[in-house]
Ligand binder design. Structure first.
Ligand code: SAM
Ligand code: SF4
Length: 323
C-alpha cells in the first residue's frame, strides 16, 4: 500500500501520454507548443506498462490516461488494452478534448476504458473557438455522440469557469447534460503555468448556490467522484460536480500522483517535487528498485498546494503535467 507522510493512501495514477494538443485552451497551453515526431525522452508503451504494473503491485487500482490530448498519441488503444488487463487495475479512464473521439471511441471501449471525461467549456461555436483557439466544437459533438453509442459506463463533461462564462453558457450545458445523461463538472482555473495564470479564476460558490435553487438540487455522493463536491437532482438523474481547488481546496483527501510523458513522477500539481523514473528505467533498474523509488518519493508528497499564497510558483503547463 502506498502512503504518503501524512497518512494519505495513494491509489490513483494520472498518466500523461503526450504533452501535445491540437487545441490551445487559453488556461492550459501556450500557442507556440511543440509538434512533430515523438521525442526520444517520451516513455515507450513498454516502459509505461512496466511503471503501471509496479504501481499496481503497490496498491494503485485506478489509472487515468491524460495529457496534453491523449488521443494524439499513436495507437493509444493498444496501451489502454495493456493497462486494463494488469492485475490490480480495476478502473481505467480517459480525459480527452473529444476532437478525435469519433474515430477512436470504439477501440478505446473495446480496450477496456470504461469512463470518459470530455472537456467542453461552452456549447457556443464562436466562444469555443475563442477559448480553444480552434474551431472544433462540431468534432467534439461527433466524439460525444460516438462515445454514447459505445456505451461507456460514465461520461463526464469538464467545464472550466472563466470570467466570460455566462449564466446562459452554464444553463445550456446543464440542459445538454440532462438530455444526454452526462455528469457535469464545473472547474475553477488553477494558476498552473503562464496560461493558467493568464485566466482569471472564478469562484464556484455563487454558481453552486444559483444552480441549487434553480434546479432544486441537493448534496449528493457520486461514484469515482474524486475531489468534486456534487449536487444531484431529486431523482438523481442529473449530477453536477464542483471542483474548487482554489476556493475550497481538497488537498487533505488527495489520493493521486501524476506521471508525465517523459517519465517524471509529480507528487502534487502545485509543487515542483518530483521523482525521475525515466533515467533509472533506462539504466536497467529492477522492479524492486523502481518500487523503492516510488515508495520513497510518495513519502515526500507535499501536504497541499499554495496556489492562492504563491500563484507564480508552478511554471510548467497543465498539459505537461497531465491534468
Ligand atoms: N486534453 C484533455 C482534456 O482537455 O480533457 C486532457 C488534458 S487537460 C490538461 C485535463 C483537464 O485539465 C481538462 O479538463 C482541462 O480543462 C483542465 N485544465 C487545464 N488547465 C487547467 C487550469 N489551468 N486550471 C484548471 N483546470 C485546467
Ligand atoms: Fe489541450 Fe486539454 Fe489543455 Fe485544452 S485543456 S489545451 S484540450 S490539453
Amino acid at each position: 500500500m502506498l502512503q504518503d507522510g501524512f497518512g494519505r493512501r495513494i491509489e490513483y495514477l494520472r498518466l500523461s501520454v503526450t504533452d501535445r494538443c491540437n487545441l490551445r485552451c487559453t488556461y492550459c497551453m501556450p500557442e507556440e507548443a511543440a509538434g512533430g515526431e515523438e521525442p526520444a525522452n517520451w516513455l515507450t508503451y513498454d516502459e509505461i506498462e512496466r511503471v503501471v504494473r509496479v504501481f499496481s503491485t503497490l496498491g494503485v487500482q485506478r489509472v487515468r490516461l491524460t495529457g496534453g490530448e491523449p488521443l494524439l498519441r499513436k495507437n493509444l488503444s493498444d496501451l489502454a488494452r495493456r493497462i486494463a488487463v494488469l492485475p490490480g487495475i480495476t478502473d481505467l479512464s480517459l480525459s480527452t478534448n473529444g476532437t478525435h473521439l469519433a474515430r477512436q471511441a470504439k477501440a478505446l471501449r473495446a480496450a477496456g476504458v470504461t469512463r470518459l471525461n470530455v472537456s467542453l467549456d461552452t456549447l457556443d461555436t464562436t466562444k469555443f473557438a475563442a477559448i480553444a483557439k480552434r474551431d472544433s466544437l462540431a468534432m467534439v459533438m461527433q466524439g460525444l455522440d460516438a462515445a454514447q453509442r459505445e456505451g461507456f459506463s460514465l461520461i463526464k463533461i469538464n467545464m472550466v469557469m472563466m470570467a466570460d462564462t455566462s449564466e446562459d453558457d452554464v444553463d445550456r450545458m446543464v440542459a445538454f447534460c440532462i438530455e444526454h445523461g452526462f455528469v457535469l463538472r464545473l472547474i475553477e482555473v488553477m494558476p498552473v503555468g503562464s496560461a493558467g495564470r493568464s485566466t482569471a479564476m472564478v469562484g464556484l460558490g455563487p454558481i453552486q448556490d444559483r444552480l441549487r435553487s434553480q434546479f432544486g438540487l441537493v448534496d449528493g455522493i457520486v461514484r469515482g467522484a474524486g475531489p468534486a463536491r456534487y449536487l444531484v437532482s431529486a431523482d438523481r438523474r442529473f449530477q453536477i460536480g464542483f471542483i474548487t481547488p482554489i476556493s475550497q481546496h481538497f488537498c487533505e483527501t488527495c489520493n493521486r500522483v501524476r506521471l508525465s510523458v517523459d517519465g517524471v513522477l509529480y507528487l502534487c500539481l502545485g509543487h515542483e517535487d518530483r521523482v525521475d523514473l525515466r533515467a533509472p528505467l533506462r539504466a536497467g533498474c529492477s522492479d524492486s528498485e523502481l518500487e523503492q523509488l516510488i515508495v520513497d518519493g510518495i513519502r515526500h508528497k507535499p501536504f497541499r498546494h499554495h496556489f492562492e499564497e504563491q500563484p507564480a510558483r508552478i511554471v510548467r503547463f497543465m498539459s505537461a503535467t497531465g491534468g
